[in-house]
Design a protein around this ligand. Structure first.
Ligand code: TMP
Length: 227
């Protein structure tokens, strides 16, 4: 059974971390080996880029620099971690991926989407997630949650309009994609988690059907050809 790459997206304070734990537990219960990654980050060099892009500098950080650093980190992660993990039959859960760049640098900063398209083509080719779970939260709610966790970083200090534009872009991307599902992340955590579980179970059942795999077993998923 070919492993999948599942991505969790959303603005700051959307609750990605606990949803990632939930997805991880779901996949492990189905008998899969799982690797979790985050963007920007996930390899030594990409983690250094993460520090660099999130910190505040005594100079203007241009939006072009920010964009290029995001794709540099993504390229390192995909080639050095995600693809090797999937080749070793591990399922990968990503805390953010390419949709973040379209939402934040495209929608938020206003960089032309054709520029992002070229960078995506150069760094990722046709590599893309099998499923994106987008946790939707109003920026004021999400930023208040993020503020409760500590001081805001350089990107988090970009202002409400930036996040409103990023959210609009996220919502447009999700409604245009057959691989993305929107979850209302402004409910209680238990409601968010039950919505995620339902969406994930539906997606997984369909994934088994499409791949011609028996759904009879619970913890051990077997290819029908082996039965
Ligand atoms: P987070 O992992 O705590 O969400 O922090 C990552 C930050 O980087 C967050 O503010 C979103 C931002 N980001 C972008 O602006 N573009 C991107 O492509 C990615 C992956 C993240």
């Amino acid at each position: 059974m070919a492993p999948s790459f599942i991505v969790v997206e959303g603005l700051e304070g959307a609750g990605k971390s606990s949803v990632i734990e939930l997805i991880c537990a779901f996949l492990v219960a189905k008998g899969h080996e799982v690797e979790c990654t985050r963007e920007p980050g996930g390899t030594p060099m990409a983690e250094a880029i993460r520090e660099c892009v999130k910190q505040t500098w005594d100079e203007v950080v241009t939006q072009e620099t920010e964009l290029l650093l995001m794709y540099a980190a993504r390229s390192q992660l995909v080639e050095n971690k995600i693809k090797p993990a999937m080749s070793a039959n591990k399922w990968v859960i990503g805390d953010r991926h390419d949709m973040s760049s379209v939402a934040y640098q495209g929608g938020g900063r206003g960089i032309d989407l054709s520029v992002l398209s070229s960078l995506r083509k150069m760094t990722l080719g046709d590599f893309e997630p099998d499923l994106v779970l987008y946790l939707d939260v109003e920026p004021s709610v999400g930023l208040a949650r993020a503020r409760g966790r500590g001081e805001l970083d350089r990107i988090e200090l970009s202002g409400l309009t930036f996040f409103e534009n990023a959210r609009k872009t996220y919502k447009a991307l999700v409604s245009a994609s057959s691989k993305a599902i929107e979850i209302n992340a402004m409910q209680t955590m238990s409601d968010v988690h039950s919505n995620v579980t339902i969406a994930l179970q539906d997606w997984y059942t369909n994934y088994l059907l499409v791949n011609n795999i028996s759904t009879e077993t619970d913890n051990t998923v077997k290819d029908v050809r082996e039965i």
